[in-house]
Design a binder for this molecule. Structure first.
Ligand code: ASP
Length: 356
């Protein structure tokens, strides 16, 4: 399905939410460093927007932010902007810095329950005012996709990242390159669309809600979760220090390969003691691609016995924001563990129920 063809037939109204990021940045004449700038400046560089076939309105974060400043409160602001304007618009485009875009996309996928309209997040590697910018193309393509509908029904009703050649499921995406225009990928789920001369959407891959229900926005995200990347040589003191962080509730533990970790008794004992105290530990692989399978090696089995749960092929970004969401909803650790084992909104593929 080509997004351009469908959107030609039906005019859509789009809300653009400009949060900041390189796409709208300008150079500070004194220091030469890039700083976020306002949306009007951005539009000046995309005259095509003024003649766009779709109607668009914009709302901007004040001040616009570098995405390394963005956190749960900003996600709540984005979710609220979508929720408050949900009935007025056919789709939403969020302009956002690339650095934490995958976290925002993952977070919003959990926060916008029953979402039935496109929320397309994009940005750029070069500011929109620069001659070789990728921002113009990304923005126009994101609008085209957010606008695409058939018989008044959105073709991509989920949170996505649109960047360069791909449309990716938001909660499967990762930033993979700091320099190249192709800055995002989704290793464990195919692109929802290939963007070239045509925008080819593979509708089979798009998330479909079982039925149309009213949007339920969730605004509380509990920040008391961390990612812990295991390293060869990790010491008991390091692990003890991490596990005794005050108020810590959840850990996305990035393990080796298919979910392996040291099998030293002190290591397993410390983890078991933490899970017994109610800390939820999810096993996520350090590999870019592939899934955790904890019943292949002894170390995996020992971790299962210590109460650690498999994150299967979930990204760290998704595991972290899913826990923030579940704890933010006020669930007890056992309930959080239960939900972490389930695919809530297309964020993971459960391949082997023996780990459940
Ligand atoms: N530092 C910028 C940001 O994430 C980088 C970018 O937008 O590409 O806001």
């Amino acid at each position: 399905m080509s997004a351009e063809n469908t959107s030609n037939q039906e005019k859509s109204s789009i809300l653009i939410i400009y949060t900041g990021g390189t796409i709208g940045m300008v150079e500070d004449p004194k220091t030469g460093s890039l700083e976020p700038f306002d949306f009007e400046h951005l539009v000046d560089h995309v005259p095509e927007l003024k003649e766009a076939k779709h109607l668009y309105t914009s709302i901007q974060f004040n001040p616009p932010l570098d995405s390394s400043q963005i956190g749960p409160q900003d996600w709540a602001k984005m979710a609220k902007t979508v929720a408050d304007n949900y009935d007025t618009y056919d789709g939403f485009v969020i302009l956002h810095g690339t650095d934490t875009m995958a976290y925002t996309a993952s977070a919003l996928s959990f926060m916008l329950e029953n979402l039935n309209k496109p929320v397309i997040i994009t940005g750029s590697q070069l500011p929109i005012g620069r001659f070789r910018t990728d921002g113009k193309e990304n923005l126009i393509t994101a609008i085209e996709i957010a606008a695409s509908k058939r018989n008044n029904i959105a073709i991509v009703p989920e949170v996505c990242i649109c960047f360069q050649n791909y449309l990716l499921r938001g909660n499967r995406s990762k930033k993979i390159n700091a320099d190249y225009f192709q800055a995002f990928d989704s290793f464990n789920y195919p692109p929802l669309a290939h963007i070239g001369v045509e925008i080819d959407i593979n509708e089979e891959l798009v998330y479909k809600q079982a039925s149309v229900k009213p949007l339920i926005p969730h605004y509380n995200m509990d920040p008391n979760v961390i990612a812990l990347r295991l390293l060869p040589g990790i010491t008991p003191d390091t692990l003890k220090g991490i596990l005794s962080i005050p108020n810590l509730k959840g850990i996305a533990m990035e393990t080796f390969g298919v979910g392996n970790a040291p099998s030293f008794p002190w290591f397993i004992d410390l983890l078991k003691e933490a899970t017994d105290r109610g800390i939820v530990i999810v096993n996520v692989t350090q590999c870019m691609e592939g899934s955790v399978a904890m019943n292949i090696y002894d170390t995996g089995n020992a971790m299962l016995e210590a109460g650690i749960i498999s994150g299967y092929d979930i990204t760290t970004e998704s595991a972290i924001t899913k826990m923030m969401y579940l704890f933010g909803e006020g669930y007890e650790p056992d309930k959080v563990r239960e939900y972490m084992k389930c695919d809530l909104i297309g964020e993971m593929t459960i391949h082997d129920t023996k780990e459940n």
